[in-house]
Design a protein around this ligand. Structure first.
Ligand code: CA
Length: 378
């Protein structure tokens, strides 16, 4: 089998209602998909979690020409080849996100060619579904955040989610009010995470954590800068809430110091950025050496969500007990037509859990009409 063609799809869609988190306000959703075609008619899909224009250029003009004619099933060799080619210029960031998209597509092809769901090639899954936490609670201007957060909390709980993640970063007092409101709305027994998207310095992160510790917070995500593992350590030493992070980190080389120094309790590599499936497996293996949980970040299209699900489903329980760890994976509930409208057979969500697809590869069929509709022409 040989790679015969690689095409990128830069997708862009306006949002019905803009939303914000601590770092940015969104009026559009944007992503980049890649389709890898082969001599045997099998096609694989991948996605990059990175700004579209540079990552599409990295694939189209730099990486794709290097792999035409190669066998896409040689995932390990291809990864090493592509990473080595870009190492001197882009050991992290957009170039690695571009490799990630290709790597996911290669794995999709490899599993399709073997007629098995991808998670089987990655080690197999012990279960048919994985519980999710709902990612939502973005900041909006159309109604008060009190009303909005209460509505979302009730909706996620009634949809069957057993955990949900609230955005913080509005200042300690405001954050504490809203977290308390959500906890009071859902009651005990439902997991509650918070995510600051690195809005705080360590002192402020500690102040916030201490104010809300009594609300049984599962984890505090990106409390401080992703460039500051010492800041994580400082926060971790002074609060009782576990820390999560890693969506801005890349490759095993980037994650290793975080694990070695115990700066994270939950590592959140994004498969569409960290180096793809091939590198995600290595990151997870390293994490297991250091007692760090891995639960992938997923904020992309139906492709990225499926990649995260297959990867996570095939990870062993950690620690290795019969019941101690309750797996939980991210499920973005914010408006994103690429998650809901480009797939003819998206991964199914039922009572707050993703059902593992049983079709070959990622198990996601693409609606090419929808793809063209969202394709950015500029
Ligand atoms: Ca996050």
């Amino acid at each position: 089998m040989k790679i015969t063609g690689i095409e990128t799809f830069t997708l862009r869609a306006p949002l019905e209602e803009p939303f914000a988190y601590s770092q940015w306000r969104y009026t559009h959703r944007e992503t980049t998909l890649v389709e890898v075609r082969t001599s045997e008619g099998i096609t694989g899909w991948g996605e990059a979690y990175s700004p579209s224009a540079p990552v599409a250029a990295a694939i189209d003009r730099f990486l794709a020409p290097l792999v035409i004619g190669r066998d896409p099933r040689d995932v390990e060799d291809l990864w090493q080849f592509l990473y080595a080619r870009g190492l001197d210029y882009g050991p992290k960031g957009t170039l690695v996100a571009a490799i990630s998209a290709l790597d996911i597509a290669f794995w999709d092809i490899k599993a399709r060619a073997a007629h098995v769901p991808l998670y089987r090639l990655l080690g197999g899954a012990r279960t048919e579904s994985i519980p999710c936490y709902a990612t939502g609670f973005y900041f909006r201007e159309s109604e008060t955040l009190e009303r909005r957060f209460a509505k979302e909390a009730e909706a996620y709980a009634s949809e069957g989610f057993t955990a949900m993640k609230v955005k913080v970063g509005l200042g300690v007092d405001r954050d504490a009010e809203l977290v308390e409101l959500v906890r009071r709305t859902i009651g005990p027994g439902i997991g509650l995470m918070i995510d600051a998207n690195h809005a705080y310095d360590p002192v402020t992160a500690v102040r916030l954590a201490r104010r809300i510790e009594r609300f049984d917070i599962t984890w505090f995500e990106e409390p401080v800068s992703p460039l500051d593992p010492d800041g994580y350590l400082e926060v971790k030493a002074r609060i009782a809430i576990p820390l999560a992070g890693g969506e801005c980190e890349f490759t095993r080389f980037g994650f290793e110091p975080w694990f070695r120094r115990r700066a994270l309790d939950y590592a959140q590599p994004d498969l569409c950025a960290c180096g793809g499936i091939t590198e995600g497996m290595k990151i997870a293996a390293l994490a297991s050496l250091h007692q760090v949980h891995v639960t992938p970040h997923a904020w992309g299209s139906a492709i990225g969500q499926a990649a995260a699900l297959h990867f996570y489903a095939a990870r062993p329980r950690h620690p290795g007990t019969l019941t101690a760890e309750r797996k939980v994976i991210e499920c973005d509930r914010s408006e994103n037509p690429f998650r809901t409208e480009i797939a003819v057979s998206p991964v199914r969500l039922e009572r707050g859990s993703w059902l593992l697809p049983d079709g070959p590869g990622l198990g996601v069929g693409i609606d090419r009409g929808a793809l063209e509709r969202f394709r950015a022409t500029a």
